[in-house]
Design a binder for this molecule. Structure first.
Ligand SMILES: *Cc1c(COP(=O)(O)O)cnc(C)c1O
Length: 234
């Protein structure tokens, strides 16, 4: 009775997500690992986002600068915001002082622009390098073959700090790519590159978060499994 009917679906979804993650943790022997779960907010009304925040989803993932700017004042202030969508260099200025991490750094030139604006604002911006693990034309990101060189190059730039890797695997035969990504992340960790904290592996969305836990993800980005199917016409 305490929850408005409008949000009842979110409660049910949270139960399912927590149950599934729990099962995946047990299956992979990761009961005690830190695994963060982000609420992906694209197209979701702010009241629903705020409800998820109150239910413990204090980390929000934003895809679109314009949409975020229209919603941010209505978000509960306790939420941590990270950017996860493709970011154009000319829009970095709108989010540089709002977000704690930009997960979707998909080119050297974007990273340089983030670094430039971070320095201008006297901050260091945390970033993840996005890997196009399936080498899909439809996706941006560093190729698995270039990622090591890119991380070395970016590690020397003032104003940004690499915290790990992010990926959106191809929807088909996702597990092959989750596994490749796990190996790539592990290889990158063992490089021990100066000024790089290779601590975050961000992979796993509504359709593959269970498997992503099995393959070592420690940052799940969940949208529709939490809020329901997206309504793009709105
Ligand atoms: C939309 C989106 C998600 C969440 O997708 P769902 O399948 O709805 O969970 C995660 N990551 C990124 C980068 C996204 O754009």
């Amino acid at each position: 009775m305490s929850d408005k009917p409008f949000f009842g679906d979110i409660n049910e979804n949270i139960k399912a997500i927590e149950y599934n993650i729990g099962e995946a943790r047990v299956k992979s022997g990761r009961e005690h690992d830190d695994i963060r779960v982000m609420a992906v907010t694209k197209t979701v009304p702010t009241e629903r986002v705020n409800y998820a925040i109150r239910r413990g989803f204090t980390l929000l993932g934003e895809n679109r600068v314009q949409e975020y700017l229209g919603k941010r004042d209505a978000y509960d202030k306790s939420a941590e915001i990270q950017f996860i969508g493709h970011l154009q260099s000319n829009k970095v200025k709108y989010i540089i002082n709002d977000v704690s991490l930009i997960q979707s750094v998909d080119s050297i030139s974007l990273a340089k622009e983030i670094a430039r604006l971070a320095q201008k604002n006297s901050i260091t911006m945390n970033i993840l390098c996005e890997v196009n693990i399936g080498l899909e034309d439809s996706k941006t990101g560093f190729s698995p073959d270039n990622i090591k060189e890119a991380v070395y190059q970016l590690s020397e730039i003032e104003g940004i700090k690499i915290k790990g890797l992010m990926t959106i695997p191809p929807p088909q035969s996702s597990n092959v790519y989750l596994k490749r990504m796990q190996r790539l992340y592990s290889d990158m960790r063992s490089e021990h590159i100066p000024n790089v904290d290779m601590d975050i592996l961000s992979m796993g969305m509504s359709g593959d978060y269970f498997d992503a836990v099995l393959y070592g993800s420690n940052m799940l980005r969940i949208g529709s499994a939490l809020f329901g199917a997206r309504n793009y016409t709105k």
